[in-house]
Design a protein around this ligand. Structure first.
Ligand SMILES: Nc1nc2c(ncn2[C@@H]2O[C@H](COP(=O)(O)OP(=O)(O)OP(=O)(O)O)[C@@H](O)[C@H]2O)c(=O)[nH]1
Ligand SMILES: [Mg+2]
Length: 292
């Protein structure tokens, strides 16, 4: 069985647990932004399985960073495929760079040769675009140019708020695609057509309305078995919540946030790129939480 491992690390209160819960456990971004989680303690880990692999996702409590980077506990990073360092856009440049240098040092000490280090400059909704871009460029240049092992370093702009949600979702799927060496995102035409239909379902429905599945059979011209399968897949993506044994459903907040970005993107990129991006979301259909 192939094993993959992602570690989320970073200063306290930057959004690590929220990101993990929204994209991997389908918790509503609206509720997590409104009622924040308690600071994490220790390591929160979950294992997801795909058809031939296990993916472990580790979320480290920021308040215990001294511990994670000490000789006693740094083994938590062993065998990582990717270390995602999350920063709040309001963290100082010095603290961000210092943190990243610490992660590179650890990568060397633990001989994590094939582990990639990426950073999320998170909560970009809290600062202006020029501010964000300038900060990003300084960090990117510092690590890629000045750090002897930093040439593959990538830093992304992320946020869970409505205008950035879709793009952040896309960034996560791209990272997963990378660690699976593009094996999960290559989809055949049949699967692609399914994904397109599912997106069209989301496109054509409204948030906050309760839909009856039987009515939709007429609206979309699907047969009821097909429709049920599409609805199940959308539920798996966290885009639909089902009630009363598949009689009724509603779009989730995630679907609504996703839709806003997708609609915007559709107007600015060409169809080939758009299709490529749709394929990436297939990755999330490959995971299921492992029974333990
Ligand atoms: N404005 C804004 N706030 C966010 C965003 N993402 C998360 N937050 C908020 O950031 C705060 C911290 O989130 P957590 O996920 O608990 O942070 P953490 O990094 O896991 O913190 P520790 O567990 O202490 O290490 C919460 O109040 C979230 O609602 C975002 O994209 N924008
Ligand atoms: Mg946390």
């Amino acid at each position: 069985m192939i094993k993959k491992k992602i570690v989320f690390t970073g200063p306290p209160d930057v959004g690590k647990t929220t990101i993990k819960k929204v994209f991997f456990d389908h918790t509503s971004p609206v509720s997590l932004l409104k009622s924040p989680l308690q600071p994490s303690r220790g390591i929160n880990s979950r294992v997801y399985s795909t058809f031939n692999s296990h993916l472990g996702i580790f979320d480290l409590a920021g308040q215990e960073n001294k511990n994670w980077f000490s000789n006693k506990s740094k083994d938590v990073f062993t065998e990582s495929n990717i270390i995602i360092c999350v920063f709040d856009i309001r963290n100082t440049l010095e603290s961000i760079i210092q943190f990243l240098m610490g992660v590179y040092k650890l990568k060397k000490e633990l001989h994590l040769h094939s582990c990639e280090i990426v950073a999320f400059l998170h909560k970009i909704d809290l600062r202006s675009n020029p501010y964000v871009n300038q900060k990003l460029k300084i960090i990117q240049d510092f690590i890629t140019i000045q750090h002897p092992h930093g040439k593959n370093f990538k830093i992304y702009k992320t946020s869970l708020t409505i205008n950035y949600f879709y793009n952040t979702y896309y960034i996560i799927s791209e990272i997963l695609d990378l660690i699976y060496q593009r094996n999960l995102s290559s989809v055949d035409d049949q699967e692609f057509q399914k994904l397109k239909k599912e997106l069209s379902i989301i496109f054509n429905l409204k948030i906050n309305l309760r839909y009856n599945i039987t009515d939709l059979v007429h609206k979309f011209n699907f047969n009821s078995e097909d429709l049920k399968n599409h609805i199940k897949r959308l539920e798996k993506l966290g885009f639909i919540k089902i009630f009363d044994k598949y009689q009724f459903f509603k779009l989730t907040d995630s679907a609504n946030y996703f839709k806003v970005g997708l609609e915007k993107e559709f107007t600015i990129i060409d169809e080939t790129h758009f299709n490529k991006r749709i394929e990436l979301f297939h990755i999330f259909l490959c995971f299921k939480e492992k029974e333990v």
